[in-house]
Design a protein around this ligand. Structure first.
Ligand SMILES: Nc1ncnc2c1ncn2[C@@H]1O[C@H](COP(=O)(O)OP(=O)(O)OP(=O)(O)O)[C@@H](O)[C@H]1O
Ligand SMILES: [Mg+2]
Length: 226
């Protein structure tokens, strides 16, 4: 089951060396239920990646409260966060971020191996689901962008994470290929049921989620506001 997220009055600034800091997230409060697929929409620079990086525990926040699974994310040590990321989270990025010197099979197997699992059948089953059985022994550079992103989706889910964070997963893909990736994610969401938090610029992509949170200049705006 997915991880529930509770966030209250979250604020984040980036410091500038020798200058004033720039606030990029303002007073964000929201809750996300286990198993929801929430889409963070907003223009470039609105703070989508910053928010996802905070949820991933990669970036610290300045003030406010963030509870994942009821645990105070701000009070965790780096080691604790690393362990939670490795065991309970999956990531999909705009530019796929596959390991270039690992085969498709090895890319997908890696997160499970890091958790001490080495289940060949599970890897092959997931590769089948993403339609890449015949590419298992290829390297990322030998695949199209859409195929690479399908590998990335399989890699993000192999260890059955409870939270999937996807930062513009269709941003580098053409419309049709992007749709295929989102349809795949829809199927796998039903099967694996993690909480998904996905950022996108695209309203078309946003429709695949169960709810949209709109960011403008670091603040949430109501869905109807432009
Ligand atoms: N490491 C950083 N140091 C300083 N400022 C940063 C840093 N990362 C992001 N910012 C600033 O924070 C703001 C939000 O950036 P962010 O990357 O979260 O936007 P985004 O919505 O993901 O944009 P895009 O759609 O282009 O990916 C921007 O003004 C950006 O310049
Ligand atoms: Mg971004």
């Amino acid at each position: 089951m997915g991880i529930p997220i509770l966030c209250k009055n979250l604020e984040k600034s980036y410091g500038k060396a020798g200058g004033p800091s720039q606030r990029v997230l303002f007073d964000l409060s929201f809750s996300i239920g286990a198993g929801e697929w929430v889409v963070i929409m907003g223009d470039s620079g609105s703070g989508k990646s910053t928010l996802l990086n905070i949820l991933a525990g990669i970036d610290p926040y300045d003030s406010g409260e963030l509870l994942l699974d009821g645990n105070d994310w701000g009070a965790m040590t780096d080691e604790e966060k690393t362990l939670i990321r490795r065991r309970q989270m999956g990531f999909v990025f705009q530019n796929y971020n596959l390991f270039p010197f690992l085969s498709v099979y090895e890319n997908v197997a890696l997160p499970a191996r890091l958790n001490g699992q080495d289940d060949r059948e599970a890897v092959h089953a997931l590769l089948k689901e993403v339609g890449l059985t015949d590419k298992a022994h290829k390297f990322p550079s030998q695949l199209s962008g859409g195929e690479q992103q399908r590998v990335a989706v399989a890699r993000a889910l192999i260890h059955r994470p409870r939270l999937l964070l996807a930062d513009e997963p269709t941003g580098a893909l053409d419309h049709l290929t992007g749709r295929k990736v989102l349809e795949l994610l829809t199927l796998l969401h039903k099967e694996f049921c993690p909480t998904i938090v996905m950022s996108t610029h695209s309203l078309d992509a946003a429709r695949y989620g169960t709810r949209i949170l709109k960011l403008r200049d670091g603040r949430f705006v109501s869905e109807n506001e432009r």
